[in-house]
Design a protein around this ligand. Structure first.
Ligand code: FES
Length: 217
């Protein structure tokens, strides 16, 4: 068990409560910090109380998302990524398992009702090529950077996401590497495919899980 996972399990209630508080604070401060450069995005990241209460599912059009590309949208005031993984990236995922804190996503960082999510195979997705994630680091709430090129961080880097705040690393399924500060995988929000090119994020097909929250919110 990694040091960070151990720390979480020793006093889970206190740890998660303090982490939730820190995450809320950090996300708020981080959001304010980008006001000067990204007003339209910030507006979507700071919903009114009424909007928050009514924050419903969002449609995400992936028809123009090419292999290797990442797009960002928002749901419930949180940034959401959709990544179109290449065949090579998918083939590399099983080789990551020995480096990961929770390779099969046993921690509830995805709705348990999503039986069609491939957790054992490590893709954490309904269709292997498309990954949907909440892009908020599970340590203290920074937004990781997309660094897909193997070797771009150091010679052992297989490609993935790097948190710029304290260096936590995630693979291209949002699974956290062991022995870094972040304790949990990036959350997979509830979602389903309305068509081959349209994903509904924020609900399951039967309308369930619209209020679902991972451990770190
Ligand atoms: S916020 Fe600390 S590693 Fe991401």
């Amino acid at each position: 068990m990694s040091e960070s996972t151990q720390e979480l399990s020793e006093n889970p209630s206190a740890d998660l409560n303090s982490r939730r508080l820190l995450l809320k604070t950090t996300v708020t401060v981080g959001t304010i910090g980008v006001v000067a450069t990204a007003v339209p995005f910030v507006e979507s990241m700071l919903p009114s109380e009424k909007a928050k209460a009514a924050a419903g599912p969002v449609d995400v059009d992936i028809s123009k998302l090419a292999p290797g590309q990442l797009m960002t949208t928002a749901w419930r005031g949180r940034p959401i990524w959709v990544l179109h993984r290449t065949k090579e990236e998918l083939a590399a995922l099983p080789k990551m398992e020995h480096l990961l804190a929770d390779p099969y996503s046993k921690q509830p960082q995805q709705p348990p009702e999503m039986k069609d999510l491939d957790l054992k195979g490590g893709t954490r997705s309904i269709k292997p090529e498309y990954l949907v994630l909440v892009s908020i680091c599970t340590h203290l709430g920074c937004i990781p950077s997309y660094m897909p090129e193997p070797g771009s961080l150091d010679s052992s880097w297989p490609g993935g996401f790097l948190c710029p705040c304290h260096g936590s690393r995630y693979d291209l399924s949002g699974r956290v590497l062991a022995n870094f500060p972040a304790p949990l995988n990036l959350p997979v929000p509830p979602h389903y495919y309305e068509s081959d090119t349209m994903i509904k994020v924020g609900t399951l097909k039967d309308g369930d899980d619209q209020n679902w929250e991972p451990n770190t919110w």
